[in-house]
Ligand binder design. Structure first.
Ligand code: DSN
Length: 423
């Protein structure tokens, strides 16, 4: 019997139980989601789609995958969904493969301003295979200037425009993005990996009516298993005039499905798809909206508390679950890496993050990113988040003081005893 891995899984559970988790892309799934992921479904091969598989014995997983698709369509008001992408990056890769040719121009949000690696970063395949161009935020406001996005689109003639981010605390003007995409003849993709749960709760702008294609992960604010999805509000005939042997236009749903399989992936992870279906069921319940409202309220309180302690939040505040903090607003000599290291000694987990117009490298950074989705799932409300902001400030301000950090860790561990996990 392997005791080493079970001991390490137990150690990770204890870490999750006793620490404050503020990584903006993480969350705590329900026990039901965990159970589905750890089920016998992992044994099944099911290349293809429900009713059209390349393996026998798929009658049960067909029902599971169809349920996941139907629930996801209901949750977002979408006509089409693909639940097979193994991750958000795989979902984006499958879309790019479906709608672009190598060398085509794309326009996405700059990674160093809060965008995502898979939206054209030069170190990612998306920036190697396609001609990547970027829009960013204004230095003074920390927000995206839509007139400049339009100007950039007119200059570079992208085939695909991508909106969505990993570290942007403001909502997105999908309607204006669509007007720009239409003007330059581009398709519009929204990657809603971060705010998906808040969009499902109808607490943020809805990309579905405006964007040709929407991708997401399922494990951030949506609180499901680690994975990706692709959706379309309405299916449409491909814009390149491709037809079937019978001369009928090929629909985008067919193009995206074959972009995922066989284009990008092999066998779908049916245990993860079942867990996605459980998470979509949970997100369809009325209390998920209550959860989303609390996530946003907690983020706003935490941002206010940090601002009152001298921290600079990019864009001045937050409308979603996260905030990006420029440490240069308060310290001259503390990098994001220093802050991350100090906080981890107090059992507070965040991640260092580049800030727009950063003067430090990606390994050091001048910023940290904080998100409230995970701790809200644990049951924390505004007063708890005010307290967390105080501890964050104390830890960063005393990054060299081991005794202080150790005392903070004890307080944090005691605090977390109130919020049991997977008991
Ligand atoms: N999902 C990204 C994040 O926001 O942490 C990393 O790829």
């Amino acid at each position: 019997m392997d005791t080493e891995i079970s001991r390490l899984i137990q150690a990770e559970l204890e870490r999750q139980r006793h620490g404050i988790e503020l990584i903006a892309s993480e969350n705590f799934t329900s026990q039901a989601v965990l159970d589905a992921m750890g089920s016998c479904l992992t044994n099944k091969y099911a290349e293809g789609y429900p009713g059209k598989r390349y393996y026998g014995g798929c009658e049960v997983v067909d029902q599971i995958e169809q349920l996941a698709i139907d629930r996801l369509c209901t949750l977002f008001g979408a006509e089409y969904a693909n639940v097979q992408p193994h991750s958000g990056a795989q979902a984006n890769a499958a879309v790019f493969l479906s709608v672009l040719q190598p060398g085509d121009a794309i326009l996405g949000f700059d990674l160093s301003h809060g965008g995502h690696l898979s939206h054209g970063s030069p170190v990612n395949y998306s920036g190697k295979v396609y001609q990547a161009n970027f829009y960013g935020v204004e230095e003074e406001t920390g927000t995206i200037n839509m007139d400049k996005v339009a100007q950039k689109a007119r200059e570079v003639h992208p085939k695909l425009i991508i909106c969505g981010a990993s570290a942007y605390s403001r909502d997105w003007d999908y309607k204006r993005f669509r007007e720009i995409a239409d003007e330059v003849g581009a398709l519009l993709l929204a990657d809603i990996a971060h705010p998906a749960g808040l969009i499902a709760g109808k607490l943020l702008n809805d990309p579905i009516p405006h964007c040709h294609i929407v991708t997401s992960t399922t494990h951030k604010t949506l609180r499901g298993p680690r994975g990706g999805i692709i959706m379309m509000g309405k299916d449409f005939a491909n814009p390149w005039g491709r037809t079937t042997k019978k001369g009928e236009p090929i629909m985008m749903s067919a193009i995206l499905n074959s972009g995922v399989f066989p284009g990008m992936q092999g066998g779908p992870l049916e245990h993860v798809i079942a867990a996605k279906a459980v998470a979509f069921y949970e997100a369809l319940q009325p209390d998920f909206k209550t959860y989303g409202k609390q996530v946003i309220a907690n983020a706003q309180v935490m941002a206010q508390e940090l601002v009152s302690r001298g921290y600079k939040i990019i864009s001045g505040g937050t409308e979603n679950h996260l905030m990006l903090i420029d440490l240069r607003g308060k310290f001259t000599d503390v990098s994001g890496r220093d802050a991350e290291n100090a906080l981890i000694k107090a059992d507070i987990t965040i991640n260092k993050n580049m800030v727009p117009f950063d003067s430090r490298s990606a390994l050091l950074t001048s910023g940290i990113r904080i998100g409230t989705a995970a701790m809200t799932s644990r049951g924390c409300t505004e007063d708890h988040f005010r307290q967390m902001a105080v501890w964050i400030d104390e830890a960063i301000s005393n990054g060299q003081n081991e005794a202080k950090l150790s005392a903070l860790k004890h307080e944090v561990n005691r605090f977390m005893n109130q919020f049991p996990l997977y008991s």
